[in-house]
Design a protein around this ligand. Structure first.
Ligand code: PHE
Length: 379
C-alpha cells in the first residue's frame, strides 16, 4: 500500500516513521558518493527539495494522529536539519578537495609571456611613399592625387605623345572597356576611339597628374603625387603594377638648375649626403630637354671606396638609373591652356618600388606585392 493512500492516521504514522528511517539511512551514502557539487545538490533535492521525499512527508504532518504529531514532527525537523548540515559539510569537503587537487596539480606559471596580438604596420612601399611625400612637402610642394583608371587622352595625348607614336610601345598597358559617354570616362566623346568608345586605360605613369592639376590650377604651382601605375612588364625588377611619384613645378622663370637642385637634394635626403648624382639626356615626349638621373649604387657603395666590380645591381658600373625628368614641353602647356611664352616648368617621375628596393636591399620586386607576412614583418 502506498503512503499516499493511507487513510488511517495510525497507519500513516507508521509509514511516516519508516520513511524517516529510510531517509536517515539513505542520505549519508548518497551524499558521500556524489562526485561533485552538482551531483550532490541533485541528491539533496531528492530528499529535501520542493518535491523531495522528506518535504512531501512533512506536508502530511497535519494528517498524523494528534498524539504522535509532536514527536514525529520533531524527528522530521531534526532530520531536515541533519540533511542541511550534511549538505554544507559535504560541499565544503568537495571544495577543499578541488583546491587541493589544483594546488598539487600542474603549475600555472603566471610569469609565462602571453600570446601577443600581432601589431599591423604600413607596407614598406607606403612607408617609402610617405617619406618621399614628406621630403617634398618640406620643400613646399603640394600633395595631389589622381585616378589609376585614366583617359588615354591624359595618359598620352595631352602629354604630347603623337597618336600611335612608338613611345607608347614603351608603356604598353591594360585597356578598360568602357562605353562612350560613361560618366567615369569623363563625358561623352572624351578620348573616344575610332569605334566611338572612350579610350580608358590603367595609367602607365603618374604624369597624368600633371595634366589634371594644370587644368585645375594656374601657376605658380609645385605639386607631388604618388600612386599605382601599370605596364605590361614582369621580371625581377618590373612588376605589372608599380608605384611612381611625380613632381612638377611651373612658374615664370623656372630653370633646369632648379630641377637639378631639387632632385639632388631629394636623393641625398633619402640616401645620404655623400650620394653622387648625375644627369643624362634622354627622351620623353612631354619634356624638352629631357633627362634621366643616375645615382651612386647604394648596394655596393663603390662611391665610398668599396669594391663594386661584381655588384649584380649596378652590374659593376657603380650607377643606378633612378628617375626621369626634364623641362615641361611647350605642347603640354598648350594642351592645358598655359602660355608657353610666359611659363616654364620642370617635371620628374621616380619609381617608389625602386627606391624601396634600394633602401632595404630587396632583390625581387615581386616581394613587395606578394603579401608574405614573413617578408612584411621585417619593416
Ligand atoms: N613619366 C615618365 C615615365 O614614367 C617619367 C617622367 C616624368 C619623365 C616626368 C619626365 C618627366 O617613364
Amino acid at each position: 500500500m502506498d503512503a499516499k493512500d493511507a487513510e488511517d492516521p495510525d497507519a500513516l504514522a507508521e509509514f511516516f516513521e519508516r520513511a524517516l528511517d529510510r531517509i536517515a539511512g539513505g542520505y549519508p551514502r548518497a551524499f558521500a558518493e556524489a562526485a561533485d557539487e552538482h551531483a550532490l545538490r541533485a541528491e539533496n533535492a531528492r530528499f529535501a527539495g520542493p518535491s523531495g521525499e522528506l518535504t512531501r512527508w512533512m506536508k502530511r504532518m497535519p494528517e498524523l494522529p494528534a498524539e504522535r504529531r509532536r514527536e514525529l514532527g520533531k524527528r522530521a525537523n531534526e532530520l531536515k536539519q541533519r540533511l542541511q548540515q550534511a549538505l554544507s559539510e559535504r560541499i565544503e569537503g568537495l571544495q577543499r578537495a578541488a583546491r587541493e587537487a589544483e594546488l598539487s596539480g600542474p603549475h600555472l606559471d603566471v610569469s609565462l609571456p602571453g600570446r601577443g596580438q600581432p601589431i599591423g604596420r604600413l607596407h614598406p612601399l607606403s612607408q617609402t611613399r610617405n617619406e618621399l611625400l614628406r621630403v617634398f612637402s618640406a620643400m613646399g610642394f603640394d600633395v595631389a592625387d589622381g585616378p589609376e583608371v585614366e583617359l588615354h587622352e591624359y595618359n598620352f595625348d595631352r602629354l604630347g605623345f603623337p597618336p600611335d607614336h612608338p613611345a607608347t610601345d614603351m608603356q604598353d598597358t591594360f585597356f578598360v572597356d568602357v562605353a562612350a559617354g560613361d560618366a567615369n570616362a569623363g563625358g561623352a566623346g572624351v578620348g573616344a576611339g575610332d569605334d566611338g568608345r572612350a579610350s580608358v586605360l590603367l595609367r602607365t605613369h603618374t604624369s597624368t597628374v600633371q595634366i589634371r592639376e594644370m587644368l585645375r590650377r594656374k601657376p605658380p604651382l609645385a605639386v607631388v603625387s604618388a600612386g599605382a601605375t601599370f605596364r605590361r612588364d614582369d621580371d625581377a625588377t618590373h612588376s605589372p603594377m608599380f608605384m611612381q611619384l611625380e613632381g612638377f613645378m611651373v612658374d615664370e622663370g623656372v630653370s633646369f638648375s632648379q630641377l637639378k637642385g631639387v632632385l639632388t637634394a631629394f636623393l641625398r635626403r633619402i640616401f645620404g649626403s655623400d650620394l653622387p648624382v648625375r644627369f643624362r639626356p634622354s627622351y620623353f615626349p612631354f619634356v624638352e630637354p629631357g633627362g634621366e638621373v643616375d645615382m651612386g649604387c647604394t648596394i655596393c657603395r663603390s662611391y665610398q671606396g668599396h669594391d663594386g666590380s661584381s655588384c649584380r645591381v649596378c652590374k659593376g658600373s657603380g650607377w643606378i638609373e633612378i628617375l626621369g625628368c626634364g623641362m615641361v614641353h611647350p605642347v603640354v602647356f598648350e594642351a592645358v591652356g598655359y602660355d608657353p611664352e610666359r611659363y616654364t616648368g620642370f617635371a620628374f617621375g621616380v619609381g617608389v618600388d625602386r627606391i624601396t628596393m634600394l633602401r632595404h636591399g630587396i632583390s625581387h620586386v615581386g616581394l613587395l606585392y606578394g603579401n608574405d607576412p614573413r617578408f612584411l614583418e621585417q619593416f
